[in-house]
Design a protein around this ligand. Structure first.
Ligand code: C2E
Ligand code: MG
Ligand code: MG
Length: 239
């Protein structure tokens, strides 16, 4: 019981409102302190432990969501990161469907984030997996867009709703009057394909203003909030 889910608010920068949160995993190690996912998830993937960890994650997230309190008209969405290994696992769809039912959560409130690398080996298979997610009623976002093997030949065929601009691109924005062609190109791709766009790793006002000026208004990053435990997130929602 040393794993814990943290939540990072996602903001509509035009209104300043919180519209959702991304769930990020932490390991509270009794001796080593807080361990970040990049440090332990690769071992979980290698050893197969990612399967029970992901099942725990899904149940915990759905249970936690019940405590967010719902503003009926505008329910917040939860983004969760899914390991490709677990997506391949036959139990994923059943686990997800059961958890949504058990905690009475509309699937429309869930966005699954996957990286574009799931599509390298077998794009046709990836498309099928994404379709199955769509059948569950959850939406799909491509995380870290532009850093992996994005195949523009396939992107328009993927049944996805959102792309997330990777923080490495956002962090290049140092001057709001500057010119950042990769960011602009990703914004154009999202428009052309009619996809929602989220910028992550937004740390400065200049970055937020540049992104907004060019048409990306959903953001997450330290400028707004750091990832935080459930209690802190609920406090922020109620403040
Ligand atoms: P990601 O999904 O791209 O998550 C974004 C990462 O950026 C998170 O790191 C977050 O804490 C960090 N971040 C957010 N805002 C800022 C900012 O303004 N500046 C900077 N420098 N960083 C920011 P984190 O939590 O260490 O997660 C790293 C990666 O681990 C995630 O990347 C995701 O791929 C994976 N991961 C995290 N939680 C889970 C999980 O529950 N399940 C799975 N399968 N993967 C997870
Ligand atoms: Mg993510
Ligand atoms: Mg990312």
């Amino acid at each position: 019981n040393e794993l814990e889910m943290y939540y990072q608010p996602q903001i509509d920068a035009a209104s300043g409102r919180i519209i959702g949160a991304e769930a990020l995993m932490r390991w509270n190690h009794p001796v080593r302190g807080l361990i970040m996912p990049a440090e332990f998830l690769p071992f979980a993937e290698e050893s197969g432990l990612i399967v029970p960890i992901s099942e725990w994650m899904i149940d915990t997230l759905c249970r936690d969501m019940a405590q967010w309190g719902t503003d009926g008209a505008n329910p917040l969405t939860l983004s969760l990161n899914l390991s490709p290994h677990y997506l391949d696992h036959s139990k994923f769809f059943e686990t997800m469907r059961n958890a949504l039912e058990r905690y009475d959560i509309g699937p429309g409130r869930i966005a699954v984030e996957i990286t574009e690398n799931i599509c390298i080996r077998n794009p046709q298979y990836a498309i099928e997996q994404l379709r199955k997610l769509g059948q569950l009623g959850v939406s799909v976002a491509i995380d870290d867009f532009g850093t992996g093997y994005s195949s523009l030949a396939y992107l328009h065929r993927f049944p996805i709703q959102t792309i997330k601009i990777d923080q490495s691109f956002v962090q290049q924005i140092s001057d709001e009057d500057g010119h950042y062609p990769v960011v602009l190109a990703i914004i154009s791709i999202s428009r052309g394909l009619n996809l929602d766009l989220v910028a992550e790793g937004v740390e400065t006002e200049a970055q937020a203003r540049y992104l907004r000026a060019h048409g990306c208004s959903t953001m997450q990053g330290f400028l707004f909030h750091r990832p935080m435990p459930l209690g802190g997130f609920v406090n922020v929602l109620n403040s």
